[in-house]
Write a protein that binds this ligand. Structure first.
Ligand code: NAD
Length: 288
């Protein structure tokens, strides 16, 4: 079997086009332009790249982008005061504080200060609670992107066995909640799980969110399963340039899986597209 390649890049483009149309419609109906505020504390190079991409794509969709760069030594008080002003600003519909934060700032404390109605990352405990009680949360963008990719190849998730490897608050846990809300039978595997390959072989839907390069091999996969690879890992190559790989050994797994996401070009590009979708949704809720 050679698996269908799920094209996250193309799908993300489609989501961005839908968001741009939604932005126009909201402007026409209510005179409101969705606004996303991104807060970056410090100079982490990877975070700077993410933030640049977010700002570019936000503007390309016709939304307002408010970009706040704070010094790495910024105090808790200054950051909290900025978040309060963004909470109170009617032109800001979504607030994203780029993680990780410098060590002296507690990310949970900071996330809890964001108005849940503007928490487009879906990390506030109020949104987490809504997600686990089948409410109307803002869902964390990476798992939301994975769900959209999954539905593009398998609209009928109910009753399927889903295994999520990883239990982080930003990917594994919300992914499991989303799959449960779709009536899948969900197993969350993690670093203490015994005989992980045999757990994975039960999966009709396998999500890998671990951070271990090419850990999942073909013989971990049930023939025909859908495999979503969230991992982004840089490995060394002979030419010294290195390359990005996922948590799944793509070439090996493609011989067994029914459909699989590549890395790069899988859930990665969907993350920012879903952030834009969440920001549009927040702006719509603000006028309803
Ligand atoms: P994390 O380090 O917070 O969590 C990793 C999880 O994997 C943990 O719950 C741990 O229990 C589990 N784990 C670790 N080793 C394991 C093992 N040997 N067997 C089974 N489980 C094991 O990581 P995260 O933030 O959830 O990110 C996971 C991966 O996804 C990373 O590669 C990260 O770069 C990537 N990621 C991608 C995106 C995106 O595409 N936009 C977003 C977030 C994270």
């Amino acid at each position: 079997m050679t698996a269908t390649r799920i094209d996250g890049k193309a799908f993300a483009e489609q989501v961005r086009e839908e968001v741009a149309e939604g932005v126009k419609a909201l402007q026409e109906a209510h005179g409101v332009t969705p606004g996303l505020a991104v807060v970056l504390v410090g100079e982490d190079p990877a975070s700077q790249v993410y933030v640049r991409n977010k700002v570019k794509q936000t503007e390309a969709c016709g939304m307002n982008s408010f970009h706040h760069v704070l010094d790495a030594s910024t105090s808790r008080e200054s950051l909290m005061s900025l978040i309060k002003s963004l909470n109170d600003d009617p032109e800001v519909h979504g607030i994203l504080v780029q993680l990780p934060l410098p060590d002296h700032l507690d990310s949970k404390d900071v996330i809890e200060a964001i108005d849940p109605a503007k928490d487009v990352d879906g990390f506030h405990t109020s949104n987490v609670g809504e997600l686990w009680t089948s409410g109307e949360p803002f869902v964390p963008c990476t798992p939301l992107g994975c769900l959209k990719l999954l539905k593009s190849v398998e609209p009928n998730i109910a009753g399927k066995n889903a295994v999520v490897i990883g239990r982080s608050n930003i990917v594994g846990r919300p992914m499991a909640a989303l799959l449960l809300n779709e009536s899948a039978t969900v197993t969350i595997a993690h670093s203490k799980t015994k005989d992980l390959p045999s757990v994975c072989r039960q999966a009709d839907i396998l999500v890998a969110a671990v951070g271990r390069p090419q850990m999942v091999k073909a013989d971990w996969i049930k023939p025909g399963a859908i495999v979503l690879d969230v991992g982004i890992n840089r490995i060394e190559t002979d030419d010294g340039k290195g390359r990005l790989v996922g948590d799944v050994d793509f070439d090996d797994a493609s011989t067994v899986a029914g459909a699989i996401t590549p890395v790069p070009g899988g859930p990665g590009p969907m993350t920012i597209a879903c952030l834009l979708a969440n920001t549009l949704e927040a702006a719509k809720r603000s006028v309803s």
